[in-house]
Design a protein around this ligand. Structure first.
Ligand code: NAD
Ligand code: TYD
Length: 339
């Protein structure tokens, strides 16, 4: 089995590679990653030591990179994690989101057609369903809900999903799609809520909570997401979409307070700042389909997962401190300076 994993120098992709190397040590894994601001080759150090692993630096939207790689490696399976993934950045500058997330996916699927891969898995997001109201806890995202993306990020991911389904119907490309809720765990870039708040709390800096902090996200430990994708690759049906989530809804304020309590830091660090434009109110996944059809259930409860995640950030300070000391500072000023 030879697998291409794109975007695996980032958060979920790197965790997926570690998961697959442990579960399927016989698989040959090739990673294609452009090493953008959030791609960190250092993260993949343990994977690089394995002999059936190869890293290639390159852009998924670059046909001159992608086609020769497919010709040379003859992949059986492609799992596409590569993306611009941060909503706030998409609001500031949508262009790169359209290029990577839509056109990049197209280039990969064109190569997958040409070189006849047996499965193309598109890693999608629940954000393509828009949001749910805060006062309707009975409502959840199901796979057949209409696509109503709110941000340029989610619109670009929705476009990629639609294109993938169109490639399945039109060309018979063996596509599967997963749409997961918010992930947390080791190696998440410290611009996303949980690692940002851990890093800032440790430095006794203010914690910027958007709006009222009442927005709800449905949190899933990253390893549970990786296991779900593995299940879809094994037994998922082509042409199908699978929602992934574990009924772990928390308001942003609850998440931030949990982090502060665990680190022994005061709640006075919480600072309410201007709201995100178009801020989605609530995400909540109905995972019935993947549970019933593929037997997947999450195994990590939020209280355990968040403790493990905080411990990981405490034990791996060097990893995120290097990120924070560099370019990230400038980005932080641009993003929060006028709030
Ligand atoms: P991330 O931002 O941590 O990593 C993205 C990776 O893609 C980086 O290594 C980056 O270098 C690489 N990349 C970016 N542009 C590229 C390009 N043009 N060519 C090649 N590589 C490129 O993202 P993540 O949080 O790990 O998310 C991975 C995927 O999972 C994304 O598709 C995202 O939409 C999806 N997803 C994320 C979450 C979440 O909570 N983080 C939830 C559901 C779905
Ligand atoms: P984020 O981690 O960016 O994920 P997403 O927008 O894809 O859900 O944000 C999670 C939630 O936390 C979201 O409601 C926005 C909020 N948030 C803050 O309140 N402050 C912050 O500094 C960040 C980065 C996010």
């Amino acid at each position: 089995m030879k697998m291409l994993v794109t975007g695996a120098a980032g958060f979920i992709g790197s965790n997926f590679v570690f998961y697959m190397q442990e579960e399927h040590p016989d698989y040959d894994i090739v990673v294609l990653d452009a090493l953008t601001y959030c791609g960190n080759l250092e993260t993949l150090k343990p994977a690089l030591k394995k002999k059936n692993f190869r890293f290639v630096k390159g852009d998924i939207a670059d046909r001159d990179v992608v086609f020769p790689l497919f010709r040379e490696e003859k992949f059986d399976v492609v799992v596409n994690f590569a993306a611009e993934s941060h909503v706030d950045r998409s609001i500031e500058d949508p262009g790169i989101f359209l290029k990577t997330n839509i056109l990049g996916t197209q280039v990969l699927m064109d190569a997958a057609r040409e070189y006849q891969v047996s499965r193309f898995h598109q890693v999608g997001t629940d954000e393509v369903y828009g949001d749910l109201p805060l006062d309707r806890p009975d409502l959840f995202f199901t796979e057949d809900m209409p696509i109503t993306a709110s941000s340029p990020y989610s619109a670009s991911k929705a476009s990629a999903d639609l294109l993938a389904l169109a490639y399945h119907r039109t060309y018979g490309l063996p596509v599967t799609i997963s749409r997961c809720s918010n992930n947390y765990g080791p190696y998440q870039f410290p611009e996303k809520l949980i690692p940002l708040m851990i890093a800032r709390a440790l430095d006794d800096k203010d914690l910027p909570v958007y709006g009222t902090g009442e927005n709800v996200r449905d949190w899933l430990y990253v390893k549970d997401h990786c296991r779900a994708i593995d299940r879809i690759l094994q037994d998922g049906e082509v042409g199908q979409v699978y929602n992934i989530g574990g009924h772990n809804e928390r308001t942003n304020l609850q998440v931030v307070k949990t982090i502060l309590h665990q680190l022994g830091k005061p709640e006075s660090l919480i600072t309410f700042v201007g709201d995100r434009k178009g801020h989605d109110l609530r995400y909540a996944i109905d995972p019935t389909k993947i549970h019933d059809q593929l037997g997947w259930l999450p195994t990590t409860a939020f209280d355990d997962g968040i403790r493990q995640t905080i411990d990981w950030y405490l034990e791996n300070k060097a990893w995120w401190e290097r990120i924070i000391s560099g370019e990230y500072q400038q980005y932080y000023k641009e993003m929060y300076g006028n709030r």
